[in-house]
Design a protein around this ligand. Structure first.
Ligand SMILES: C[S@@+](CC[C@H](N)C(=O)[O-])C[C@H]1O[C@@H](n2cnc3c(N)ncnc32)[C@H](O)[C@@H]1O
Length: 282
């Protein structure tokens, strides 16, 4: 006899709880919806087809091995847009949405640079809101760039977004200069990666996480190239770990950043830093 939706949820819930997954009932419901293709939750007594039961078993096994739900669903919503995600790129986070939300309160930029673009979430969501803007996203990971290019195409930004393989700003020419740079660099100190949740530690790309000895090595590496491509008076915005904010501010200031200010996340923590740069050109 085929399982009812409620029985399938309960079974999945037990497996997920035993595997240490947070919120196992909620996750079980999501997996049943994914396996059955249901947009909304099924009636408790609806019966799963044998095919859906097979898909559910495979999904539960992957989630019980602590693979993040977003990699199973192959998508994640960010700023109201649906991004394709894969293990090649970091799953866009709500903390990053709060940085973007804070930026949107300010004047629109014309030419946006996204350093370490991953899925393209920051760049493409800004282009979505600022219809007159165009931008460049760079990433050192060709696999992440393929995801970003897919998202740029799927969301209709291919003509306004250029996605380039580059070690931070090294492949960029200073002309035309950018009036806004956004960057969510890897910022987990290397020796803290082992203590992260398995969903992050075992599945998200190390290149997207590893911030070196103190979490700020990527920022040290990228600042000289960034300053070179900024327009006069351009803004640069960084996401960070609130614990690293003071150190980040010092590095930014040493590179010529002024008017340094804090962007808070939804819990009031210092999640973003914005600075203005003198730049080299109009
Ligand atoms: C924390 S993830 C941010 C991804 C995306 N911007 C977001 O907010 O969801 C950092 C990104 O920086 C990229 N990255 C790491 N080192 C890099 C480098 N040297 N040059 C360019 N990109 C790099 C990683 O591949 C990753 O996509």
């Amino acid at each position: 006899m085929n399982l009812t939706a409620e029985a399938a949820i309960q079974r999945a819930q037990v497996s997920l709880r035993n595997a240490g997954v947070d919120g196992p009932r909620r996750e079980a419901r999501l997996l049943v919806a994914l396996a059955t293709g249901a947009e909304r939750s099924l009636a408790a007594d609806a019966r799963l087809t044998p095919e859906a039961q097979g898909r559910l078993a495979a999904l539960v096994a992957r989630r019980a091995a602590r693979e993040p739900y977003a990699y199973l669903a192959e998508e994640r919503e960010f700023m109201g847009l649906r991004f394709t995600v894969s293990r090649a790129a970091l799953i866009p986070r709500p903390e990053t949405e709060s940085v973007i939300e804070a930026l949107l309160e300010d004047q629109p930029a014309q030419h946006v640079l996204d350093l370490g673009t991953g899925t393209g979430a920051m760049l493409l969501s800004l282009l979505d809101r600022w219809r007159g803007a165009r931008g460049v996203g760079v990433d050192r990971s060709p696999a992440a760039l393929a995801v970003a290019r897919h998202n740029a195409d799927a969301l209709g930004f291919r003509r306004r977004a250029l996605l380039l393989a580059s070690d931070w700003g090294s492949a960029l020419r200073p002309d035309p200069a950018f009036d806004l740079a956004v960057c969510n660099p890897p910022y987990i100190p290397s020796d803290e990666i082992g203590g992260l949740d398995p969903e992050v530690r075992d599945y998200e790309p190390r290149l997207a996480l590893d911030g070196g000895s103190d979490g700020l090595d990527p920022v040290r590496a990228l600042l000289p190239g960034l300053v070179r491509v900024l327009a006069l008076g351009a803004r640069a915005v960084f996401e960070t770990d609130p614990r690293l904010w003071d150190g980040l501010a010092e590095l930014v200031s040493q590179s010529g950043g002024a008017d340094i200010a804090c962007l808070q996340d939804l819990t009031g923590r210092r999640r973003g830093l914005v600075a203005r740069f003198a730049g080299t050109r109009e």
